[in-house]
Write a protein that binds this ligand. Structure first.
Ligand SMILES: Nc1ncnc2c1ncn2[C@@H]1O[C@H](COP(=O)(O)OP(=O)(O)OP(=O)(O)O)[C@@H](O)[C@H]1O
Length: 273
């Protein structure tokens, strides 16, 4: 299913600083701002899969929440499709950005089809009625994510992996220009991880969609992504094609006997034959 639309510009970070402001007690600040990364400048372009990598606690979720306006930036700004996120009303943002975060959503007694149909909400007119086109988009999203067979099941009866696919389907049903996913592979079995990242890479190209996905699947991401954003945990964001960023991965992830080999894009255990 393709959408007729003008070329997009994706996501741009402009001198963005992310982190957590100092706590306040009344008018008094207690402590200092906790800055995770500063003055970040980067773009996630349409038709590209951008993989956000970094060790635990480096700030991946914080960055994703900040770029889509769910958390304030400490400084700088984010533009989505050329519009400053901080100045864009949420209803307008919802027509161009879909977000799948790690927070567990309770789908209650809605069926999988109804959950996926929620993705159409920003596009419905004042009557809030789904048209035949809306239903077709929902069916397409179910099919491409391999969840069509689950359409009649209750959301509350899904496994973690199935729920993750359904939330991805809901995000696709939103037909965004920018799709942001925080660790969408975390509950999936190995073949499903490959399948999902491969699907995201394909959808990015076919739908002219900018996809920004955080993952701990380093080797897979380096093979499938067009662009890598690496948060090494030292306040920087290193960006570039996988081959160029691979050298930095070692410095960010090597520990103990574990070594990342930038040529084979794989981890090895030093001393093992
Ligand atoms: N609400 C908060 N207030 C203060 N600090 C926070 C808050 N949420 C997260 N942090 C801290 O910010 C840092 C980055 O956390 P974040 O969840 O963004 O990392 P991450 O790269 O997504 O980690 P992981 O790979 O483990 O999911 C961590 O040190 C975390 O403890």
């Amino acid at each position: 299913m393709s959408v007729d639309r003008t070329p997009g510009t994706g996501l741009a970070l402009r001198d963005l600083s992310i982190g957590y402001p100092a706590r306040r007690s009344g008018l008094r600040r207690t402590g200092t701002d906790r800055v995770l990364a500063e003055q970040l400048t980067a773009t996630a372009l349409p038709a590209r899969l951008t993989a956000l990598l970094g060790p635990n606690g480096s700030g991946k979720s914080t960055l994703l929440r900040t770029v889509c306006g769910l958390q304030p930036a400490l400084a700088g700004r984010t533009e989505i499709e050329g519009r400053d996120v901080a100045d864009t009303p949420p209803a307008r943002l919802a027509t161009s950005v879909a977000v799948v975060l790690t927070e567990r959503v309770d789908p209650g007694f809605l069926s999988v089809r109804e959950i996926v149909a929620l993705g159409r909400t920003p596009h419905l007119g004042v009557s809030a009625r789904m048209t035949a086109d809306d239903h077709a988009v929902v069916q397409w999203a179910l099919e491409v994510t391999g969840t069509a067979a689950l359409a009649g099941r209750l959301g509350g009866e899904l496994s973690d992996g199935q729920r993750q696919r359904v939330m991805t389907a809901r995000a696709l049903a939103q037909q965004p220009r920018l799709l942001i996913l925080d660790e969408p592979t975390s509950f999936l079995d190995v073949p499903s991880r490959v399948e999902l990242l491969d699907l995201l890479a394909r959808l990015a190209r076919e739908q002219d969609l900018a996809v920004l996905v955080s993952t701990h699947e380093l080797e897979l991401a380096l093979r499938l992504a067009d662009e890598v954003w690496l948060l090494p945990g030292d306040g920087r964001l290193v960006t570039g094609p996988p081959g160029l960023v691979a050298g930095e991965i070692g410095a960010a992830f090597d520990r103990g006997r574990l070594r990342f080999d930038a040529d084979s894009l794989q981890f090895t255990i030093a001393g093992d034959k």
